[in-house]
Design a protein around this ligand. Structure first.
Ligand code: OAD
Length: 240
């Protein structure tokens, strides 16, 4: 248990978005240089887009996966991993990010609600298999050997995010909810602050600027994640 803003905190939920990885060199989605400013998400991140033009979708995700090898975790990822190790209560980390920077920073638990770039999903056998390599419609499923059945194991618009039951359970039982680097525009993640507040949690937003849901948070920490997250983690561990 730790003291934060005058309240005892035992169970934390931390939600991260693309902003936590921005200073590692990965583009966000909706900032001026963001992925969805340069590409139409309806052509790349829906089941219909994949059915229409699978090669384009494979290329997009293969290129994002290749990009991961060129970047590393930053001070915000490292601070959250430290928090998970050192906090005397529970720290549940849920990310909308499909990168592996939380894992590479040493996080002990990461819930990838939008899936992972480093995995493929077989639509024939339903298995998820790890991959660091490019793959496409010619790649055979390593589990069932089915040809042409693999897709990136990421959640597309119109699909149900992963692990929603576990996330709901954690939110319903948390004392502190922290959202880092997310625009608050994509549901269900954008609604987590409401669920946490309904559970009586204190809520903190860390962002360069006000997100779409900024008004729902008790406290705002404005600035780059690499500065704000380590400072917040220090406060939580100091029990102030
Ligand atoms: P967005 O691109 O929508 O928002 C990124 C947020 O991070 C913005 O609010 C920025 O102000 C903030 N930000 C940028 N750089 C930052 C920094 N250095 N420090 C702190 N904050 C910073 O990304 P998400 O909210 O993660 O889903 O997007 C949510 C989902 O929309 C993604 O998971 C993806 C996308 O479509 C799917 O593909 C299904």
């Amino acid at each position: 248990m730790s003291l934060f803003d005058g309240r005892f905190i035992q169970r934390l939920v931390v939600l991260t978005g693309a902003g936590v990885s921005a200073e590692s060199g990965l583009p966000t989605f909706r900032d001026s240089d963001g992925l969805w400013e340069q590409h139409d998400p309806m052509e790349l991140a829906t089941p219909e887009a994949f059915a229409r033009n699978p090669e384009l979708v494979y290329r997009f995700y293969n290129s994002r996966r290749a990009q991961l090898a060129k970047v590393g975790p930053n001070a915000a990822h490292l601070a959250l991993a430290h928090l998970q190790r050192a906090f005397p209560g529970e720290v549940f980390l849920v990310t909308q990010n499909v990168d592996d920077l939380h894992e590479r920073a040493g996080s002990s638990q990461v819930c990838h609600m939008h899936g992972e770039l480093l995995a493929m999903l077989c639509s024939a056998c339903g298995r998820q298999s790890p991959t660091a390599e490019p793959f496409d419609g010619a790649t055979t499923c390593p589990d069932c050997a089915s040809p042409g059945s693999l897709r990136p194991d990421v959640v597309w618009f119109g699909e149900m995010p992963y692990h929603m039951d576990e996330i709901a359970t954690r939110l319903a039982d948390c004392d502190l909810f922290i959202a880092v680097g997310t625009s608050g525009l994509v549901y269900p993640a954008a609604g987590f602050v409401r669920t946490a507040r309904a559970a009586g949690a204190t809520t903190v937003e860390v962002n360069l600027e006000a997100s779409d849901t900024a008004g729902l948070f008790h406290t705002q920490r404005r600035g780059p994640a690499t500065e704000q997250v380590p400072a917040l983690v220090e406060e939580l561990l100091a029990g102030r």
